[in-house]
Design a binder for this molecule. Structure first.
Ligand code: SAM
Length: 329
């Protein structure tokens, strides 16, 4: 499946080279609902538009953490602070960033995945943080849509009937974890509340914030099905953003009540339309104090997800086979 991201303000100037989204390295071990890999080119543009390199990037709703990882690997900030409330997701980050990346990578490589072995693993009560981390990665890769919220079950037939192995790329996931282990000194992980961490850095003029909260405002319930923690006081969040000394970039669903909220707080909004070959369209909204940097947008193209997800030779071979069979993300 190829996807095209149409950015507002793009006039189709052929001199402007499209940004190839395939050049965005997939660094997260998670496949995360609401994951922001597609936003990485725009995130880079925002960071480049800042007058100087920030001392710290804070991501208060980190989830799969692709934005934080990108900033850490590409040294866009001196350090990165990732915040996540969910115990399972936190366990993965705490394990990787706490010196156990190799243990987790090896555990993944040595696990023989079948429906039975997955069920047996999930029936176990994890006795340590790193065991919970392994269970979480396994669950994330075998549950429908990567959803870790309570109630999401193990795939019986895999997505698109491709079996439980359809999202299990052990070599690739292990490699990503090992690689993150190399940049741990640049990343601080906080298992805690977004609001507390935003408040901690509120007066820091050298801090910038990437904010991607679960969205449930206006009676929409998508966020509550996807995450265990989906209740956010959005009005309070916007008020807190107003008080941040450093710059921030927020992403939300492009919903009327969100646009109204942004307007009430004096923020700018820019919709970003994401189109795929099935003509399905998703609308996301960028929110910030000054989004003039978005005007330089281009058309972003993405290669088939199966290629992007695979980096090891073994996994690439499997991915190619899936791709030939018309496998989707
Ligand atoms: C939309 S997702 C973030 C996705 C992320 N940008 C990515 O690319 O994977 C929102 C995340 O915020 C977390 N969350 C919800 N409430 C929180 C809170 N009060 N503090 C910290 N994290 C919270 C959820 O568990 C979820 O992982």
């Amino acid at each position: 499946m190829s996807q095209t991201y149409l950015l507002p303000g793009f006039e189709g100037d052929e001199r402007e080279k499209p940004v190839n989204v395939a050049s965005v390295p997939q660094r997260s071990p998670f496949r995360y609902p609401g994951g922001k890999t597609w936003l990485v080119p725009l995130f880079r543009r925002w960071m480049m538009s800042l007058p100087s390199q920030p001392a710290v990037l804070v991501e208060p709703f980190a989830g799969g953490g692709i934005i934080s990882l990108t900033a850490a690997f590409e040294q866009m900030a001196e350090r990165v602070v990732m915040v996540e409330l969910d115990e399972q997701i936190a366990a993965v980050w705490q394990t990787i960033l706490g010196g156990e990346a190799e243990w987790l990578a090896k555990r993944i490589l040595s696990f023989d995945l079948t429906v039975e072995s997955a069920k047996a693993e999930f029936a176990r009560n994890p006795k340590s943080l790193r065991e919970l981390a392994f269970q979480t990665v396994l669950k994330n890769r075998t549950a429908h849509g990567g959803i870790l919220a309570d109630g999401a079950g193990v795939l019986k037939n895999g997505e698109n009937g491709k079996g439980i192995l359809s999202r299990w790329y052990p070599q690739t996931i292990a490699k990503r974890i090992t690689n993150i282990g190399y940049v741990t000194q640049r990343i601080e992980f906080v298992k805690g509340d977004a609001f507390a961490e935003l408040t901690r850095f509120r007066s820091d003029r050298n801090a910038v914030f990437f904010i991607d909260p679960p969205y449930t405002a206006g009676g929409k319930s998508a966020g509550s099905r996807l995450y265990n923690h989906s209740e956010v006081d959005h009005d309070r969040l916007f008020s807190l953003c107003e008080k941040l000394r450093g710059d921030f970039l927020m992403t939300y669903d492009n919903a009327e009540e969100v646009r109204a909220l942004a307007e009430r707080h004096g923020f700018q909004t820019k919709p970003v339309a994401m189109k795929n070959t099935h003509h399905a369209e998703m609308n996301e909204l960028l929110i910030g104090r000054d989004l003039s940097w978005v005007e330089d947008g281009g058309v972003l193209r993405e290669e088939p997800a199966a290629y992007r997800a695979a980096s090891s030779k073994t996994d690439q071979r499997k991915a190619r086979t899936r791709s030939r069979r018309g496998h989707k993300k």
